[in-house]
Design a binder for this molecule. Structure first.
Ligand code: F42
Length: 144
């Protein structure tokens, strides 16, 4: 079993710890927004270590959707490279845990549909896309 390498960002590390320790009873939402968060656990592309990333909870049917927004930062978050290299993930939605595979969605029709679901779940994603020149990556997290 590879070691868990916590995020370098303290607030991210803290949210993962609280969420997992309480099964999502605490730490389920982003700060004071009341909007729900899911935790993606996967393997690092370069380190091979276990990475845990909180993302806004976006769900379309039985598929969860991961949005690589990083607040509209100019570069993709590191976890995007991790998912491209190692697509098998464990997804936690509060106390529900499922084994999934991440598929990057590039088909315009499908991406548009999942992006709309994402903006509905978390409206600031629309502003994040306007803030950056990169196309924000969209992954469908499907049961395996
Ligand atoms: N980020 C989003 O992109 N979208 C969201 O919807 C989102 C919601 C959210 C909700 C709550 C919360 O607490 C955080 C939220 N975030 C959201 C932030 C998210 O959790 C990540 O912090 C953010 O996306 C940045 O991701 P990152 O993977 O760049 O993480 C940084 C902080 C980090 O820890 N980097 C490490 C480091 O050492 O710099 C990890 C680097 C890493 O993964 N390395 C890989 C490895 O092998 O281990 C190699 C990567 C490569 O380039 O190949």
């Amino acid at each position: 079993m590879p070691d868990y390498i916590p995020s370098t960002a303290q607030w991210v590390r803290d949210q993962v710890e609280l969420y997992e320790r309480t099964n999502g009873a605490e730490g389920y939402t982003l700060r004071d927004t009341g909007m729900p968060v899911m935790i993606v656990t996967n393997v690092g592309n370069k380190t091979g270590g276990i990475r845990k990333t909180p993302l806004m909870r976006v769900k379309a049917g039985d598929t969860y959707v991961a949005i690589g927004s990083k607040g509209g930062a100019p570069a993709h978050p590191a976890w995007v490279h991790n998912l491209r290299a190692n697509p098998d993930v464990t997804l936690r939605d509060r106390d529900e845990v499922s084994e999934r595979r991440a598929r990057e969605v590039t088909d315009p029709e499908e991406r548009g549909r999942l992006w709309a679901a994402a903006v509905e779940a978390y409206p600031p994603y629309a502003e994040y896309q306007q803030k950056t020149d990169r196309i924000i990556p969209v992954f469908a997290l499907e049961r395996r």
